[in-house]
Design a protein around this ligand. Structure first.
Ligand code: KPL
Length: 296
């Protein structure tokens, strides 16, 4: 397939490299200016892929979008004219809310959503470390996207394990719940994920989960508070020595994904008339931190 990866950060580069090694014609679109960029995963051979190559984009069968949620709409708007109406668009990032934006921007394209638990870390401008073997779920968002189940094989062949999920929004909601509990707290307190297991965070986590589970149920996602709590503490333990993406964004004074994590939750809660005082306070706190940089 002709595949373009939009936003070759750590996860995007891992996929670009893996899809290239699986025999596909892969190029990337990035903020970098050079016509070719080198890619390497761990100690595997370095490859060179075309960057910002208009013809590759025009001929793309599949566009894998791995920029962060706040950049998705802007990145796709800038190249919209060059995307063929048959090109399959796959969104892969933390958070929710971009699918609504992109299905309006590219109404005719098959739209798929994916969530992955692979760990990837950029160690230099060309090298990415595959820090954790994970799995990926993928599913259709619109009618034509739902007919693209074959993409599962393409992705699975490149970087196992990949499963088709006909209820992909449920999977994204479950990931969102984990991000709502871990990301704002670790960012505000500037702590490792594992520190959230300390007893003084239990009350806050419990309150977050209570609100998130109500919104999930109202959205038709069946889940109990107990199930969410068990999953969240499992991730806290499994990623104990990691910093969350929001902790990193706040530390480096970069715009966080709060609008597409807690912000998305609050938007849905409001539509269902569910009160969310704990998540609202966390949302405001992160926003205040982000706004304080502007005045520095
Ligand atoms: O997805 C994550 C993130 O950091 O954004 C978790 C699961 C919380 C792992 O750090």
């Amino acid at each position: 397939m002709n595949i373009v990866v939009l936003g070759p950060g750590a996860v995007g580069s891992l996929w670009a490299y893996s899809l290239h090694q699986a025999g596909h014609s892969v190029s990337v679109y990035s903020r970098r200016q050079s016509p070719f960029i080198p890619l390497q995963v761990d100690q595997h051979p370095i490859i060179s892929v075309q960057n910002n190559h208009l013809d590759s984009l025009r001929n793309a069968d599949l566009l894998l979008v791995t920029v962060k949620a706040p950049q998705v709409a802007q990145a796709l708007t800038s190249i919209k004219q060059e995307i063929d109406a048959d090109c399959i668009v796959v969104l892969m990032h933390n958070g929710m809310g971009t699918a609504e934006q992109i299905s309006q921007l590219l109404p005719n394209n098959p739209l798929l959503l994916a969530t992955t638990t692979h760990g990837a870390l950029r160690s230099s401008s060309e090298q990415v470390l595959h820090t954790g073997l994970g799995s990926t779920q993928i599913g259709g968002y619109n009618q034509t996207g739902m007919q693209c189940q074959f993409v599962t094989e393409v992705f699975h062949h490149a970087l196992a394990h990949v499963e088709w999920n006909s209820q992909i929004l449920n999977a994204l909601w479950n990931k969102l719940a984990i991000n709502c509990a871990i990301n704002p707290l670790t960012a505000i307190h500037q702590i490792y994920n594992g520190q959230l297991a300390e007893p003084h965070y239990a009350e806050a986590i419990h309150a977050i989960i209570g609100e998130v589970s109500q919104v999930m149920n109202a959205e038709g996602v069946e889940v109990t508070e107990q199930q969410l709590e068990a999953r969240i503490y499992h991730v806290i333990e499994a990623t104990a020595k990691n910093h969350s993406s929001m902790q990193q964004d706040i530390f480096h004074q970069r715009q966080s994904e709060i609008d597409f994590i807690t912000g998305y939750l609050l938007q849905k809660a409001q539509q269902h008339g569910i009160s969310t005082p704990t998540n609202s306070a966390l949302f405001k706190h992160i926003k205040q931190i982000e706004q304080s940089w502007i005045h520095e």
